[in-house]
Design a protein around this ligand. Structure first.
Ligand code: ZN
Length: 157
């Protein structure tokens, strides 16, 4: 049996019953699907929400990069902190991430990973970022080699 990779359309044999021809294609496809999923939901919320959200993120948000010591793979996490439980509604709406609650200070943090999701958020927020330090943080994320490749593929689509 021969199969066609749904990402690169390359024809390959049925070894290990894989759907994709390679791990790379599987990863890229997931990232791009995540990106469009998140972008669609962000667009539904509209510009006013994004401006409002950006303000909160600039104040109490995070965008971190971690390296897995075994695989040497990069992993990004995006976080936002709120005093309000509204943050739980965001998680419910987007259907990803987790909520950490810090009852001592009565604050909640919504934390999620995934390059595609974070890319959609950073692209949506970018025009409304006012703080230079935050702009640089987003630029750094978008200049990461994997993220750069994803941006390139998205432009070609
Ligand atoms: Zn492929």
């Amino acid at each position: 049996m021969k199969y066609k990779c749904p990402f690169c359309f390359e024809i390959f044999g049925d070894r290990h019953k894989r759907i994709y021809c390679s791990r790379k294609c599987q990863q890229y496809d997931k990232t791009i699907k995540d990106y469009y999923y998140t972008l669609k939901l962000l667009n539904k919320l509209g510009k006013d929400f994004i401006i409002w959200f950006t303000g909160f993120w600039e104040g109490e948000g995070s965008l971190c990069q971690e390296v897995n010591s075994k695989t040497r793979n990069y992993h990004f996490t995006f976080g936002i902190v709120q005093k309000d439980k509204i943050i739980c509604k965001w998680k419910k709406y987007f259907k990803f991430g987790k909520i950490n609650s810090y009852l001592k200070n009565d604050v909640y943090q919504w934390l999620f990973g995934g390059t595609g999701k974070i890319l959609a958020f950073t692209e949506a927020m970018n025009p409304y970022i006012k703080i230079r330090k935050r702009k640089i943080q987003i630029q750094k994320f978008q200049k990461h080699s994997y993220v750069k490749e994803i941006i390139k593929i998205l432009k070609e689509k």
